[in-house]
Design a protein around this ligand. Structure first.
Ligand code: UDP
Ligand code: MN
Length: 305
């Protein structure tokens, strides 16, 4: 509680996956770019607190705590840092997502340790009820604006929407839905924007945990039978975890997703341009309007400005 007025601090929650960071110099460099740029542009009001959640293993946590002392040194806002043990979260998650893993994970089996790649899908069941909104953010981002502005997007969700997310900027789902597209040549599935449905990228996500808990439709779609039904209907076989699940259910139920402007997750990976999709690549990759967050996915360099 904050003082005599009885006013309570308003908390803004963000979560980052932060595992095996001690083993990767490259991941450490990305984390530095992300945090320094976030802190540089972040502005919060008095009585507001940014809560940073990290999902870590013990060695990454130890390193992360040390790095954060440096990165948060110049912060002009109040903040809290919380580490969640990846092992404990995986244990809670596995029973919920085990069945969907076979459709959206690489390899044949449903590996226990891969369950964490579906954290966003079932976060509303994992986090305490008191937590109603959270951003999930990749480490390979560079912020060009105030992260607080992204939270304002929650207020624009139409009724029924549970997740805010930017479209995928490569023709990866044109590829994944190849068989469905052949059988349904008139479908918008995997087609480029603005008319088509190119799928989603999970590097920046607004998870309205309250809406996710309240949505009968969303929770129906998590059930193994319904996942299998949709995967069969769309001939879907992926390996990108939560992003594949959201993309697939978004084809059938677009109203569950609030489409964020492309500038909130300006992806820079161009891998598919050189792997058979050079002709159509630009239709997916282009993003007009201001860039608020760069995403250096597939190890792409991020412009200096
Ligand atoms: N990540 C992690 N440890 C790893 C690899 C990935 O914690 O060893 C997390 C990190 O937050 C990262 C996210 O998983 O941003 C997704 O991976 P990445 O950004 O490399 O995938 P891409 O965006 O290139 O598809
Ligand atoms: Mn990324």
């Amino acid at each position: 509680r904050g003082g005599e007025s009885g006013a309570v601090d308003q908390h803004y929650h963000i979560l980052m996956m932060f595992t095996k960071v001690d083993k990767s110099r490259s991941l450490q460099d990305k984390f530095r770019v992300a945090m320094l740029s976030m802190v540089k542009h972040a502005r919060f009001l008095e009585g507001e607190v940014l809560v940073l959640h990290f999902v870590s293993d013990p060695a990454s946590k130890e390193l992360g705590e040390r790095m954060l002392q440096e990165f948060l040194f110049d912060a002009t806002f109040k903040y809290e840092v919380l580490f969640h043990d990846v092992e404990a979260l995986t244990q809670k998650l596995y029973p919920i997502v085990e069945a969907m893993q076979q459709h959206f994970s690489s390899g044949s089996g449903a590996y226990y340790s891969d369950a964490i790649f579906f954290l966003s899908v079932a976060m509303h069941h994992i986090m305490p009820e008191s937590l109603t909104r959270i951003l999930q953010l990749d480490l390979d981002l560079k912020y060009r604006t105030n992260i607080r502005d992204l939270f304002q997007e929650f207020d624009h969700f139409p009724p029924g929407a549970v997740i805010g997310i930017t479209r995928e900027m490569q023709p990866v789902y044109r590829h994944t839905f190849w068989q469905y597209r052949k059988e349904n040549p008139q479908a918008r599935v995997g087609e480029p924007p603005p008319e088509g449905l190119p799928g989603f990228n999970s590097g920046v996500m607004l998870l309205d945990l309250g809406a996710m808990r309240a949505s009968a439709l969303y929770n129906q779609l998590l059930k193994p039978d319904n996942v299998a039904k949709l995967a069969d209907q769309y001939r879907f076989r992926g390996h990108l975890g939560d992003q594949d699940f959201f993309t697939m259910i978004g084809m059938e139920h677009p109203e569950l997703f609030y489409p964020l402007a492309c500038g909130w997750n300006r992806q820079l990976c161009t891998w598919w341009r050189d792997h058979g999709y050079g002709e159509v690549f630009h239709l997916y990759y282009r993003c007009n309007g201001p860039v608020y967050i760069y995403h250096g996915n597939c190890n792409s360099p991020i412009p200096d400005d």
